[in-house]
Structure formats: C-alpha cells, structure tokens
Design a protein. Sequence first.
Lengths: 536, 318
Amino acid sequence: MTTVLDRAVPPAARLARDRRRWAWGLTAVVLTAAALAGAGLFSGSVLNPGGSAQFGRFATAALRPELDPGFLSVVAGSALVTVAYAVLGGGLALVLGAVGAALVSRRTWGRRRSGWLAARGLLAVPRGLHEAVWGLLLVNVLGLDPWVGVLAIAVPYGAVTATVFADLLDEVPGGGYEALRAAGAGRGTAALYGLLPSAAGGLLSYSFYRLECAVRSAVVLGLIGAGGLGYQLALSFTSLRWEQVWTTVYALGLLCLLADVGGRAVRRRVAAPPSPGPGRDPVLTTAVGIVVALVAWSLWFLALSPAALVSARAREQLSYVASAAWPPSTQRSLLADVAATAVDTLAMSVVAVVVATAGALLLAGLAARSPGAGPVRRAGGALVRLVLLLLRAVPPPVWALVLLFVLLPGVLPGALALGVYTLGVLGRLVGEAVEEADRRPREALRAAGASAAGAWLYGAVPALTGPVLALALHRWEVAIRDTVLVGLLGAGGIGVLLSARISAFDWPAVATVLGAIVVLSFAVDVVAERARAALR
Amino acid sequence: MSTAPAARSGGPGNELVPLLPRISRRTLLAGTGAAVVAALAGCGGSSSAGPDPARQLRIGAIPDQDPEVLQRLHATVADSLADALGIPVEYRPVTDYAAAVSLFRTGDLDLVWFGGLTGVQARLQTPGAVPVAQRDIDADFHSVFVVNSSTGVTPADDLRPLADLRFTYGSQTSTSGRLMPAYFLREAGVDPEGFPGGPGFSGSHDSTLALVASGTYQAGAVNEQVWLARSAAGEVDPAVVAYARTPGYHDYHWLLGPRAAERLGGPDRLTAHFTGLSPDRPADAIVLDLFGAGAFIPTEAANYRRIEEIGRDLGLVS
C-alpha cells in the first residue's frame, strides 16, 4: 500500500542535499549504538550454545508438522474463527476510520490548528496500545463475548485508518470541494462529491491493506485467549509441541498469503487500471463484493449481537474497572520501573528495526520479482518470499521463546524476535518497492557493461534509499507497540511490567503503565514523522 | 492520484474515475439496506439459538500443564458434570491465568479449576464464590527447584546457592511455579527478585524445563506433579536435575461463582459429585486421570489463607 501511496506523489527532483538529513542520520547512528549497547551486545557474550539442541527441536519440527486428521480439522475450524475476527475487526475499523477521518481532516478544522491538534492527539490513545492490550482490557469488561476480538482490532486500527484516510483526503486537490462549497453545498455534500471521487483509489487500496493486517492481528488476539488459530498456537506452544505449532504456523502462513495476494491484486488494479473506459472494473467490483459477503458471513458465524455492548453487565464491569483504576498509581518505585522498562522497550524497538531493515535490504533484490529472470533466479525469489512469509506468520512471542534457547536472558532475545518478525513484513514491502522502482537506470548501466552488483548499487539503491527508510520509520512505530506484545508474554520491556501488574490486578498501576505506553508510542510517532519529513 | 487536476476529475481519461464509478444512489442505498437487513437477521437468528445461559453451567480450566490434552478431553469432563447435575455444561477454554480470573468475575465462567493464588484472586474479586473440591494431592502440594547439571550445584536443602544462578519462574501468578517457590526462597534468605539479571518468567512449567535444559537459565522452579509426570515419561532432558523439594502447601481447587451457587443451591451437589468420582468406573477414571488425581476431596476457603498472606507480601494480591 505504502508503495502505491508513495508513488502517488512523485518526488520533485532535488539537486541540493537537505541538511536536516545529516542531523537525522547522526541521531539514528547514536540511537542504534545506544540500543545495541543497552541490549548487552558490547558487554560480554550473549550466546548460549547449550540451547542449540532445543532450538534444533523447534527447527526440525518444521519438516514434520502434525498431520493428524483430528488436529487438522481443529486447525481448519480455528482458521474460520480467525478469518471472521479479521474481517469484522478490519471492516469495523474502516467504518470507524471513515467517521474519524472527518473529525481529524485538516479541511474540517480549517485554520483552527489547535482543534486539529487536539483531535489528532485524542487518536493517540486508541492508536498507542497494541491490539493484544486492548483485548486484555476488553476481556475485563465484555468477558467472553466475540465483541472482544472484533473491538480489539477495530479500535486501534480505526484510529490508524482515520489518520490515513484524513491524510488521503487532505492530499486530494480541493478545487471541486471549494467550488461546491462556493455554490452553496453543505460540507458533507461537498466532501462526498468534491473530494471522495478523487480519493477513492487511495482509500480502497488502503482499506485492503488494513484487511490484510487484520489477519495477523486476529492471530495475536488468539494468543491472549480470543479463539482462532492463535489460540490453538498458544495451546500447542505452552506445552512445547513444536509439530503442532508448525501446523498452525503453516495454516497462518496460508491465510496471510491469501490476504496478501488478494490485497495486492486489488492495489495493483487501483494503481494501474487496465482500460480507463466507462463501466465498473470487474476485478474491483468482485473484490468489494467478496468482502461484503465475508462480513455478512462473519456476523452470522460469530453471532455478534450489538446488545452485548450496552448490556447491564458490560456497564457494571466497566464501572468496576474504571473505579478500580482511578486514580492511576504515582508510587515512586512504580514510576522508576516504568522509566527503566520504557528505555528497554525503546532499545528493543530500535534493535528490531535495524535488524529488519538490514535484512530487508540484503534480501530485497532477491525477494522482488524481476521480469525476464531465469528459472533459477525465479525459484530463488519464490523461496525467499516463502521464508519471509513464514517469518511473519510465526508470532513474535514464539520467536522470543525459541531465540531465548540460544541467547542469554535480557532484552536481546525479545528484540531479535521482533526483528525477525519485522523482517518478514519489511522484506515484503521493500521487495514491492524494488519491483515498482524505475528499472531504466539499472538496465542502462548493465547495457553499458556494468556488473549486476554494480548496476544494483549505482542504479537501484540510490532511488530506493528514501522509500526504504520511510518504510523502516513507519515500522518503528509499529515495533514499539509490538514490543509491548512480546513483553506481555515475558520477553522484556514495558510489556513485562504491564503483564505483571495485570496479573496482580493492580488496576491503578495498570492505568499508569498504559498511560506511559501511550506517551511512548506517541513520542515515537512524532519523531518518526519528523524524520520522514526530512526524507521527503 | 493527488496530482490529477481537479478540474478534470470527472472527465474521461482520468485514471481514477473507473474505480468506483456510477454506483447510482439507488443502487448504493438498496445495497446498504440489504446488507444491514441481512446482518440484523443473522444476529437475531443466531443469538436466539443455543441453550439459555442462565440454565447452563460454564466451566473453565487454566491450562497449567497440558492444555492441549485438556482441550481435547474437555468434553469428557463437561459430560460427566452434565450427567451428574442434569443441566447443560459447556467447557470454555482459557489460555491465561489473569483472563480466567476476570472471566470468573464477569460471570462468563461459573466453575473454574484455579491454582491456589488465582483462586484467592478470583474469590477476592467475586464476593460469594465458594471452593468446591480439590485433588488428594492438592492438600499437600510441592514445588521442585531444578538446576542445570553444568552448574555443578549438588542437591541440597539449602536454597542459598541458587541466589547466584540465572533463575526462572513459570507463569507470573502460578502458585507452584512462582508464589510458593518465591516464598520459600525468601524464608531461606534469598531475595526472590534478586537473581542475576532479575528472575525470568517462562510462562509454563514445560517452558521452564526446556529453558533450564538449554542453560539459558541455570535454575528454575516447577510444579512437582509436572516434574514427576515428565520424568516418568522420560521427557526431561538429562541436563536438568532436581535440586530441592519445597514443604507442602494447598494448591489447585474448583471454585464456584456466586450466581451458579445460587442456582445450584450451594456447592454441595458439586462437591458430592467430585468426591464421588471413583477410579473403578471407567468414565470417572478418565476425568481423574485427566486431572492427575487419585480422588477429589472437599476443601474450604481457610485452606488458602496462607497463600493470600504470601500473595499480599509479594505484591500479587491487591
């Protein structure tokens, strides 16, 4: 999606270097060094060779997944639950995002910049918390109701979607809107007829991208007990049945693959419609139709009832939790713990993104489909893409435990777990960026006799640096939230503190930690946005 | 797309137009209407299906040792209870200790197989909850401290040598994998949070055993029942050796929620059912075997008073 959006605004040729980039580059180097030092990389050994047997058990089980028919049918049933949560959660997020976009669009606020900032700041709260955290909180209010899974995806995704939708609408030329307004149309009508048609492509692309992401999030929710594939994975994982874990991971990989392929087809179509003639594009119409049908099926399958949201019990439990959590704890020892673990979280996220970016750059050339490649190169590319798919299909907490077998305890196993997972996501995005990059400079260099590596270094890398760094910065924000998830399941950072306080039902402390997480992810969001602005 | 000139945004030849073209207002409204009606029909239809939750008993178990087996055999436990009580019983799986406590409070689970500490947490948050039964082994339950043989530490009753090792507990609120080991460590003069690099939380007894086997952590604490079962099955890595066994304490028990207690007229019928399970009857034997029990025996809230005190001391009960 990002590639589509990036392409929408072709960068003006810039002849002078932006001086700000030096400052940002230096900051990035210092931050990376500090994070690596914090992870203990420069202070003694971090490896634990004794655990290679345990790691080997996990790795070799990949070749012999559990294929017992009974277990397979359980997995198939769970996959349906995951799909239903993903579709409803993602779908509701789009609805919330559309409504929210109207509230946080620059056009709504006009020159009232403080109002716009306040609206954006308000979105930082739902955005800053990971889906799993929302899930844990919602379980306390809604119990086992399927709304927990749906809302846990819809709330944070809705906030992100609102911001992106608003940006898309703001970037569209406003002439039609202004003309309609001048002719006396209301704001709503003017936006519907003056802005929406030109923004439709971007909105549709992004919507499908969100639905893809929702599949992975639905899995994560299972890990905290909301059912589906993630739940099966959690069960097999707690008793370390690696054969079963791999079966579930393969099922997850398949779901992710279907979502990726479908979403990609739609986004391609949006980016380059086959013939701009009149009439509907059949591919897009079918895609939208399939999603609508899936939504209807999911509503039936999960038996979602709107009444559960406003039931007396939900209100009673909400007031129980709210009154227990207010006022948030300001104990000195807790605040010290929050500060220390926040630093760990930051270090973990930086290590994760650096590892993932380095890996993605190394693999990007291979992961990208290149037209006219030989069969060996093509098979190699397919293999790399399959590995990347598996890297992101195994949830980060599983990576964390597996890496803990071969690394000594600390923040490094969690950081690397996140790095490996992020590599799976980033590798694919960077691969797509490579595919969509202009091939002519490389081909010209090749034709002039340059080696393949030389043509890549001088013909492709310079143009890719900007988009890749922008993607990496975007994943950094995501990594902060994911670090909390890894920590929730015990691998370091502020998530460990959150999980400890939730386990002890110390609600005032939970409120404080949640506040700290929101502030942390908001801060990272702002810094990453500034850095991206310098790259543009 | 933002570069498309606005004046031409409706004209032919603009690439964006065919994306969502010509959906007439009527089509849009009719489509939306149909979708809403279908959705509402779907909700209405399915929410009225299934047994009335007020007459149903919903049981849950925290998968402490073998969630996977529990998941597969849950039907047996539910059926056995349904036969005895004459009401529908549904098993709701839960993966997480804290979630089970919350679900007990919200009333989503009526009867839960809690550990000692989680049972205390659940009872404090749910006034009117009553303990129903425990296993014969739960009245005198033990934890085992395990060490990696490469540490060269030899089995002893003195826990102090553990203080210098990288140490992992199991789950945060596990009684046998966290609370009681931490308590006995402190009694022996070892700071339960003071291990090098801080203690780890592996998440489960099996993970603790695997992590100690790998040497990532040099020592850990596990539930004795799991230790014995895994040792008997030959599943424990030879690098892991038992270091010490803790004194006994009360652990797992069935806890009944206030609403269900009211419906069933108190816990007595359930207690009678559980204590009446006999290994001689095949159907009962499956249930007993699943829980690793010779028999169930009655229990009372007073049995867990010490756990509550320790939990408060360690900041796990608030």
